[in-house]
Design a protein around this ligand. Structure first.
Ligand code: PLP
Length: 382
């Protein structure tokens, strides 16, 4: 029998990050030592107090279904965390999800219908495009690469790109893949356009805790943004909890009601004992987050310095653990060559809508970062 798949799905490419990591695994299976600078995954273990809290919760029998939106104690802890960031969302305006990715998927499915227009700031995290296409939406893209990936100097371009037809704008600061943190003036510009054209905005703040000397402001705190912003965050990055799958979104109650239907009919809820561990993460893990961020800061310096020794200038990231390396126009071929010849895995910029770059993740150890850059230089890739 021949199966027919929907256009929505067949329009979407498999993840470029996963394609690179499949190639890396193939090489490793053949005995190669691959330096993996492709994955956005902290190399630290989850802090012990969080693991203990998860284990205690299992021992205490927290292994059944929970309320679909998430246990009240976690939603209250999230509400307090958001209040510290200046955002007012009670537990009824929060849905806890298995990862921030699921949160984004649910929001986009709830808001976007066939032909709806969604604006992205490029380079943009790979899954936004796929999620919008899977919902039937169309994309309008604004290229920030001419401005060292900053939004403020590109506000005129954004103004040209959006209109009353724009349903949704996705903002991700600190950004994956650039590490850029958008200024308050940039976010005010977003606010002005969102209000003028009545646009809903997703503020993906998953890297908010990982910054170097700057304090990103939450978009929902700007005047006029509270009832049109959906704030997304998660535990994967700041607490090194990628495999635990825990995230959330907070927004106006009417969105929560609609997206809540999708949530309850698909995932039911995030994992019970993981939600308990999430409370511990939010309440007692500041020191560990600070230590991990300090390590990322040192790795950032190291990579920027090593690249400078090879006369490669990069836009220095102010947050997250990524940077964009300028490479050949054919970034796909560059990345494939780098992994085959130097056994160094990176992700092509075109996967994020910005050809001519490769994304490096400096979540790897200093030793591996040094090794990776040396190999790229030795094989003529720098
Ligand atoms: N948003 C951005 C910008 C990301 O980079 C990621 C993960 O790489 C996510 C969301 C999803 O994170 P998770 O589903 O692990 O919480």
């Amino acid at each position: 029998m021949t199966m027919e798949f929907t256009d929505r799905l067949t329009r979407v490419e498999p993840s470029a990050t996963l394609a690179i990591s499949a190639l890396a695994t193939e090489l490793e299976n053949d005995g190669a030592d691959v330096v993996d600078l492709s994955v956005g995954e902290p190399d630290f273990p989850t802090p012990q107090n969080i693991i203990d809290a998860g284990q205690d919760a299992m021992d205490a029998g927290h292994t059944g279904y929970t309320t679909s939106a998430g246990i009240i104690d976690l939603r209250e802890a999230i509400s307090e965390k958001l209040a510290d960031d200046g955002l007012e969302h009670g537990p009824d305006e929060i849905i806890v999800t298995p990862g921030a990715k699921q949160a984004l998927y649910e929001i986009i499915q709830a808001l976007i219908s066939d032909g709806d227009e969604v604006a992205l700031l490029d380079p943009a995290w790979v899954s936004y495009e796929a999620m919008v296409k899977m919902a039937g939406g169309d994309l309008t893209r604004v290229d920030l690469s001419e401005h060292e990936f900053q939004l403020e100097p590109a506000l005129d371009d954004l103004a040209d790109a959006v209109s009353d037809d724009t349903e949704l704008l996705i903002v991700n600061s600190p950004s994956n893949p650039t590490g850029a943190v958008y200024s308050d003036a940039a976010l005010e510009g977003v606010r002005d356009l969102a209000v003028e054209h009545d646009i809903t905005v997703i503020s993906d703040e998953i890297y908010k805790e990982i910054t170097y000397g700057v304090e990103p402001t939450s978009l929902g705190t700007f005047d006029g943004m509270a009832d049109r912003t959906i704030t997304v965050n998660g535990f994967s990055k700041a607490y090194s909890m990628t495999g635990w799958r825990l995230g959330y979104f907070a927004g106006p109650e009417e969105l929560i009601d609609q997206a809540g239907k999708l949530h309850s009919h698909s995932v039911s809820s995030a994992v019970n004992f993981v939600q308990h561990a999430g409370i511990e993460a939010l309440e007692n893990t500041d020191d560990a987050v600070e230590e991990m961020t300090e390590a990322f800061a040192q790795r950032r310096e190291l990579v920027v310095d090593l690249l400078a020794e090879h006369d490669v200038d990069v836009a220095v990231p102010e947050g997250a653990f990524y940077m964009m390396l300028p490479v050949d126009d054919d970034d796909q071929a560059w990345c494939e060559g780098a992994i085959e010849d130097a056994h160094v895995a990176t992700v092509p910029g075109s996967a994020f809508g910005t050809p001519g770059y490769a994304r490096i993740s400096y979540a790897a150890s200093e030793e591996r970062l040094e090794e990776g850059i040396e190999r790229l230089a030795d094989e003529g890739y720098l």
